[in-house]
Design a protein around this ligand. Structure first.
Ligand SMILES: NC(=O)c1ccc[n+]([C@@H]2O[C@H](COP(=O)([O-])OP(=O)(O)OC[C@H]3O[C@@H](n4cnc5c(N)ncnc54)[C@H](O)[C@@H]3O)[C@@H](O)[C@H]2O)c1
Length: 271
């Protein structure tokens, strides 16, 4: 069901790689809600060509940008404002990558070159996107910027290795930049801490499917899907949440507040 929640709003959506990507679903929902937006991803991810389908179905233009590169980001904002006809009302940061996770390197033996790369791509890119927008004055008052996080930023999850620390930094950037950008331009900045979700980035984590099932059993409502996440993002981009900022918002079916579920205990009891 569509409510025209984003009618007249202009946005930038990063991170749609294929139809499983959370950003892909956000783009579809934002389109249904009346927004116009540009799509962007790292030039290397464009080679798969999947994003063209999304651009066609949502009437969007694609602007390739490596989110770690200030020149690319500057071009992203200036071309987006030209194409969409004005300043931007919402931005989705949906970017994550850890070479240490890809290579299955344990937390106690992290490779620091890979760690730095992960920080740059997955956390500093968020600061850079905000800093470039701030410098260019590219966002409207009460614009909403959302980045995607995971509960391992706040609790120990061994399989998430360096991404746990990187997501902690991401959440901190949302708070700190949220203060400054809020004071100066009334721009609001939040992170959504999302359930495990079956995407390319998610499924790249060792033991992901076991953990997906664990979280699903632990949460009273079950895991929140990518479609559910898209709905939550739309609500945060809309004017209905215009006073929400600097928050890390759990979107996880109640997982983060559950100590133990009866389902998990029953499974242990049946051993
Ligand atoms: N899947 C999950 O279980 C889960 C749970 C919580 C949070 N998240 C977060 O959600 C976000 C989106 O991930 P997803 O699960 O949709 O997976 P995904 O693999 O579909 O998306 C990750 C995106 O990051 C892009 N990217 C990587 N390096 C980049 C760069 N240098 N510049 C620009 N873009 C770059 C990739 O091309 C890809 O589109 C990530 O921040 C991820 O950590 C995912």
């Amino acid at each position: 069901m569509a409510y025209n929640l984003l009618k007249g709003k202009r946005g930038i959506i990063t991170g749609a790689l294929d139809e499983n990507s959370i950003a892909w679903k956000v783009a579809q929902r934002a389109h249904e809600e009346g927004a116009t937006f540009t799509l962007t991803n790292a030039p290397i991810a464009m080679r798969m060509g999947e994003i063209n389908k999304l651009a066609e179905s949502t009437g969007s233009k694609i602007i390739p940008a490596d989110a770690t590169n200030i020149d690319d980001l500057t071009k992203l904002y200036s071309e987006s404002m030209d194409l969409l006809g004005g300043k931007i009302d919402f931005v989705l940061h949906s970017i994550g990558m850890s070479v240490n996770i890809r290579k299955n390197i344990p937390y106690t033996e992290l490779n620091y070159e890979y760690f730095n790369k992960g920080i740059d791509v997955s956390a500093l890119s968020f600061h850079k996107m905000l800093a470039v927008a701030h410098k260019m004055d590219a966002l409207n008052e009460h614009a909403s910027v959302v980045a995607l996080s995971y509960i391992a930023a706040q609790r120990a999850y061994p399989f998430y290795t360096d991404m746990a620390d990187i997501k902690a930094m991401l959440e901190s950037i949302a708070r700190t930049f949220g203060y400054h950008y809020g004071k100066q331009k009334k721009v609001r900045i939040n992170t959504i801490s999302q359930s495990p979700t079956k995407t390319t980035a998610g499924s790249g984590i060792k033991g992901f499917s076991d953990f997906y099932d664990f979280a699903n059993n632990q949460s009273p409502l079950g895991n929140a899907s990518a479609d559910d996440c898209a709905n939550y993002c739309v609500s945060l981009f809309s004017d209905l949440t215009r006073m929400v900022t600097m928050q890390n918002l759990f979107h996880d079916g109640g997982y983060s507040k559950t100590g133990a579920s009866q389902e998990q205990l029953d499974m242990l009891g049946s051993r």
